[in-house]
Design a protein around this ligand. Structure first.
Ligand SMILES: Cc1ncc(COP(=O)(O)O)c(C=O)c1O
Length: 365
């Protein structure tokens, strides 16, 4: 069986270094907000070409803390793509804001800049641009629109570490960018972890307070904050893995290029091939009108696939109040998407086998 993703294999090349780094932290006696986090924040800010990186507990908190730090009033509306993982939207709802769902571009499946302006009202305060599957949103028109209307742009780059848009690193384009280092991500910790990158000094400082009970000096609390810190062991592990992120992304790009060049099946839609070298290829998401039949074919031939994601947010029990929204592009995407295995440890032979197996799919209508 070719697994969709085997984290033991993903981390195997770094295991000795990870064990040494973890042991160093364990023996240091300092576990929260210490040197490992400071070095990671400096290294990741440099990597993303921004002034600040603030480590937090996970990607969901990264989005929550950015929204909290901006201090929008309670009835604010936040524009958000309807095709995303639920973690992009939960912070909006949790803070009492209203998510305004926008249908995706049917080709990229990402936030469609042409559909944003019609959703802007006097209550709109921000746009959350989600770089889903590892591809950057079309940021130029989004940033232009935001500056015309005085909105903040928050990027959710939980899936897009190292992606590039028009020669700029993801993390340096939006007003603030949220990252997740959940173990399956392109840059994955061995537990939960997240970060925010920004070049806005005031925003970064406020988030540093908010992640630590609203405090920068012990027992002096300037804001009502939360506890959301990236711990020292996870920071040490990320310090080990960050120098290899670009090489891993390049391997993903090579696999994606082969899939795009060599897969050819009737009625199967591949992702756009216009940004092979800029995309971080967190996921390789293809579409087929008969997903169960396609998945069964791969499964019968020993290839594990995944679905990102099977049920849109507005159809989830958790968001019942949005059930009546008309989002046909989003619903169709959720019915058709299949993720093929794509990671830095797939061998050339495995990639060849996956391509051959996909190409043998004989669609019975
Ligand atoms: C697009 C997106 N946003 C946010 C998150 C939340 O990250 P985390 O799991 O670290 O909270 C994830 C990942 O899980 C994600 O894929």
């Amino acid at each position: 069986m070719i697994p969709f993703l085997d984290l033991n294999e993903v981390n195997a090349p770094y295991l000795n270094a990870i064990e040494a780094a973890s042991l160093r932290v364990i023996r240091s006696g300092w576990y929260i907000l210490g040197n490992e986090l400071r070095s990671f924040e400096t290294a990741f800010a440099t990597y993303c070409n921004v002034t600040h990186c603030v480590g937090v507990a996970n990607g969901l908190d990264a989005i929550t803390l950015i929204l909290m730090a901006y201090g929008f009033p309670e009835d604010s509306e936040i524009i958000i793509p309807a095709n995303t993982y639920i973690a992009s939207v939960l912070p909006v709802a949790y803070l009492g804001f209203k998510p305004i769902f926008v249908e995706p571009d049917p080709v990229t499946m990402l936030l469609d800049p042409d559909k944003i302006a019609q959703k802007i009202t006097p209550l709109t305060k921000a746009i959350i641009a989600v770089d889903l599957y590892g591809r950057s949103c079309e940021m130029e028109p989004i940033m232009t629109l935001a500056s015309q209307y005085g909105l903040k742009v928050i990027a959710d780059a939980a899936q897009a570490h190292g992606a590039i848009y028009k020669n700029k690193k993801i993390g340096s384009i939006a007003d603030a960018t949220a990252f997740s280092f959940y173990p399956t991500k392109n840059l994955g910790a061995l537990g939960d972890a997240g970060a925010i990158t920004t070049s806005d000094d005031a925003l970064a400082e406020k988030i540093r307070y908010l992640r630590n009970y609203g405090s920068l000096v012990r027992y002096k609390n300037d804001y009502q904050g939360v506890n959301s810190r990236l711990d020292e062991i996870q920071a040490a592990i990320l310090n080990v893995k960050l120098p290899f992120l670009d090489a891993e992304n390049d391997r993903r790009r090579a696999v994606a290029a082969r899939y795009l060049n060599e897969i050819q099946v009737r009625d199967l839609t591949l992702p756009p091939a216009d940004r092979i070298q800029d995309d971080a290829w967190h996921l390789f998401v293809i579409r087929h009108p008969d997903r169960p039949q396609f998945i069964a074919h791969l499964d019968a031939n020993g290839i594990q696939t995944n679905v990102h994601y099977p049920l849109p947010i507005h159809m989830q029990q958790a968001f019942l109040e949005y059930r009546d929204l008309q989002l046909p592009i989003t619903e169709r995407i959720h019915n058709e998407v299949i993720s093929l295995p794509l990671n830095a440890v797939l061998t050339d032979e495995e990639v060849t086998y996956i391509i051959q197996t996909v190409n043998q799919f004989n669609y019975q209508q």
